[in-house]
Design a binder for this molecule. Structure first.
Ligand code: BEZ
Ligand code: FE
Length: 319
């Protein structure tokens, strides 16, 4: 622990608040903090102190913020991640996604753009065979045949052994873990490509839905006069040996809320056309998407940040 020096006497005629206080807190960091922790903590302390000073935050206001965070903690469990939801309504997960994958732009021949994970991904989605459906026990006129190829963005070669982990809500706007009426792991599946890199499966054309607004994130949205809706989308995580994982979402071009997604995740290159499908008794719509992945080596060459090969190997455990 570094020694704490008493806060020096301050001339309050020239400064409204003690000008040395933030420095004193930053300098309290001990010698054993790692360089990254030291740097991030110093920056965080500086920003939150500046925020409090600039806005002259009072104790009552600080307590409101504190209670939002505490309530988020109390509400969170393995089916609900309210802390993440709070970050999402402030755009923080989308910003961190942009920073982490800064070169996954929507330019042609770039790897597929990324989008936030969100709080509803579940590990261990059922492994399925190509051509199977992820829909169980739902009558719908929006059945969709989704298909395409997973390829290397630079060489165009098909990627063998790519795992496409997919999930979306039911037509009632709920993910299965939010809905006691849906079978466990409904509307989730994992598909593994063969030599040709191709995949295909059946799902539903998704619907717009509100993010849960019965907790602190909802209170924030209400205070900011904002709605809780997300545009219709399907989530994906693509992983493949030697390739940088891609966490992304595809959006329906016909959906409401593309312009004002409650969590700021829409990217132009991820907006897709669900085309009417003729002659297939199993589906009414066709969705074609070719995913493009970058090897870790290429990703490094293009100075892409994001998971390293080592950190990504733990992706199946904790993302
Ligand atoms: C989602 O798309 O699943 C999601 C993302 C952010 C907040 C809530 C839900
Ligand atoms: Fe979602």
């Amino acid at each position: 622990m570094a020694a704490h020096h008493p806060v020096e006497a301050v001339d309050h005629r020239s400064h409204k608040f003690n000008p040395h206080f933030t420095e004193t807190v930053i300098n309290a960091t001990g010698p054993n903090a790692t360089p990254r922790v030291r740097k991030i903590a110093a920056s965080l302390i500086q920003h939150i102190h500046d925020f409090a000073r600039e806005n002259e935050i009072t104790i009552d206001e600080w307590l409101v913020g504190l209670e939002l965070m505490n309530e988020a903690g109390r509400m969170s469990n393995d089916r609900r991640n309210e802390g993440q939801l709070l970050c999402d309504v402030f755009g923080l997960e989308s910003l961190v996604d942009e920073i982490t994958y800064k070169l996954a732009s929507d330019a042609k021949d770039e790897p597929t753009a990324t989008a936030i994970l969100g709080p509803f991904w579940r590990e261990e989605a059922p492994q399925k065979k190509m051509g199977e459906t992820i829909v169980s026990g739902i009558e719908s006129k929006d059945r969709t045949w989704m298909h395409g190829t997973v390829a290397d963005f630079r060489t165009g070669s098909p990627v063998e052994g790519a795992v496409l982990d997919v999930w979306h809500t039911a037509p009632n706007g709920l993910y299965e873990q939010q809905d006691p009426d849906q079978p466990e792991y409904n509307l989730r599946g994992r598909f593994t490509t063969g030599k040709d890199g191709k995949y295909d499966f059946y799902c539903l054309k998704p619907v717009p839905y509100p993010i849960p607004f019965d907790g602190p994130a909802g209170k924030v949205l209400q205070a900011l006069d904002r709605h809780p809706y997300r545009p219709a989308h399907i989530h994906f995580i693509l992983t493949a040996p030697g390739y940088k994982p891609i966490v992304t979402q595809l959006f329906d071009r016909q959906s409401k809320y593309l312009e004002d997604d409650a969590v700021f995740a829409v990217k132009e290159s991820l907006i897709m056309d669900f085309k009417p499908l003729e002659g297939n008794p199993q589906a009414e719509f066709d969705l074609e998407m070719d995913f493009k992945m970058a090897t870790f080596e290429d990703a490094k060459k293009h100075a892409q940040a994001g998971p390293t090969e080592e950190s990504a190997s733990g992706l199946n455990v904790k993302i």
